[in-house]
Design a protein around this ligand. Structure first.
Ligand code: NAD
Length: 363
């Protein structure tokens, strides 16, 4: 529950579950274009907050608020762990983009973002496109991930897939003492933008693939172009494989699905893979190595961060490939402290944010 209300009267904002340590939350409204937006700034301790704009038909404003608070918090952890001088924020626009997206809505949205004076920098996310962000950029400089021809870093998905490969190699080094993926089997759930790029990269590295997607055109393409085996969506989590890579939506790892997994490790791009924090312990207890999603899928924001000082693909690739070292360090910390990798990653990220915050408070 985000906002607790009684008969239209708001009783509590700060008492909500997810509103824990956010710096501020902003509401943007424009009647003529239908814009209803929320920006949550979780932390600017490490730098301006950055996170994409999610355009989604939330069932209620409360659901939208809950989502933006949760997502902005994990953007802080993602940036901190990736070593970026960047804070965490996120925006949501409430509604169905297929019905509501218009030039005037994104112009008004740009005005809303501009009013936050750079404390929040936006980009594309689920439901929004790079083209929408080009419209936003006509009203504010606080937008990143614009097309390469406009000096931006373009679509982040290839960088995200590259980062997942770096994480899979680190996991292979940890589990099998080699990061050679030839002959390994990876089961990918969701062969969309990131999942398909990942499938291509893994094929080049000699891995065998099993894929599943609710969109049969996507699996047909992977079968035809990459020789991937196709599994049913219902069975992809239980197929025998070395690595299960969730690349669709979140929540794939819960008490019942974890009991049925038939892999040695889980490494994928999907956000919020764990249904609850306790599921990271369930995976550990089953001897399955879980690579924290917010570390594995950081390639997209790392690619955007590479815009600072002038974007080049070589610079971005070098920064993204470092996910390999970051993950090995987290796995080492988790082993030494006998905690699961999710907890270790959260603690390392939070420590960096807290240190920066204290330094800021003292200056
Ligand atoms: P996408 O929409 O292009 O691809 C998702 C794919 O999953 C689609 O092909 C869709 O048909 C499929 N899918 C949806 N529900 C499914 C289900 N129940 N079972 C099987 N397949 C299903 O999205 P994307 O950009 O590739 O992102 C994939 C995941 O990675 C998302 O969770 C996203 O939040 C996360 N992520 C993406 C990026 C990025 O750079 N695009 C960065 C960080 C995290």
């Amino acid at each position: 529950m985000g906002v607790i209300s009684d008969g239209g009267r708001v009783l509590s904002v700060f008492g909500s579950t997810h509103f824990m340590d956010h710096e501020s939350v902003h509401f943007g409204f424009d009647e003529s274009s239908g814009l209803r937006s929320i920006v949550a700034i979780h932390s600017t301790a490490l730098g301006p907050s950055l996170g994409g704009t999610r355009f989604y038909p939330y069932i209620s404003d409360s659901d939208a608020l809950t989502d933006v608070l949760r997502l902005s918090r994990s953007m802080s952890h993602k940036a901190a762990l990736a070593g970026l001088d960047q804070g965490g924020g996120k925006a949501v626009i409430i509604g169905d983009p297929r019905q509501l997206a218009s030039t005037s809505l994104f112009e008004k949205y740009g005005d809303f973002i501009n009013g936050l004076c750079g404390r929040y920098i936006t980009a594309a996310d689920v439901g929004t496109t790079v083209a929408n962000m080009v419209t936003v950029a006509t009203r504010t400089p606080f937008v990143k991930g614009l097309p390469m021809e406009d000096g931006g870093s373009g679509d982040p998905s290839p960088a995200t897939a590259r980062g997942v490969v770096a994480a899979i190699k680190a996991v292979a080094a940890q589990c099998w003492n080699t990061d050679d993926l030839a002959g390994r089997t990876v089961a990918i759930k969701g062969v969309g933008k990131v999942g398909y790029d990942l499938a291509e990269l893994l094929t080049d590295l000699g891995a065998s693939l099993i894929v599943a997607d609710v969109n049969s055109a996507a699996t047909d393409r992977a079968e035809r172009e990459l020789g991937a085996a196709v599994a049913a969506v219902d069975s992809i989590r239980t197929v025998k494989c070395d690595i299960f890579a969730p690349c669709a939506l979140g929540g794939d790892l819960n008490s019942s699905s974890i009991a049925l997994l038939n892999c040695e490790a889980v490494v994928g791009s999907a956000n919020n893979q764990l249904a609850t924090q306790r599921d990271a312990d369930r995976l550990k207890n089953r001897g399955i190595l879980y690579a924290p999603d917010f570390l594995v899928n950081a390639g997209g924001i790392i690619n955007i961060a590479a815009e600072t000082g002038g974007y080049t693909i070589e610079k971005s690739n070098g920064m993204v490939d470092n996910i390999y070292n970051t993950l090995l360090n987290i796995l080492d910390t988790a082993d030494r402290r006998d905690v699961n990798p999710h907890v270790a990653a959260l603690e390392v990220a939070q420590q960096r944010i807290d240190t920066a915050r204290k330094q800021g408070d003292n200056s």
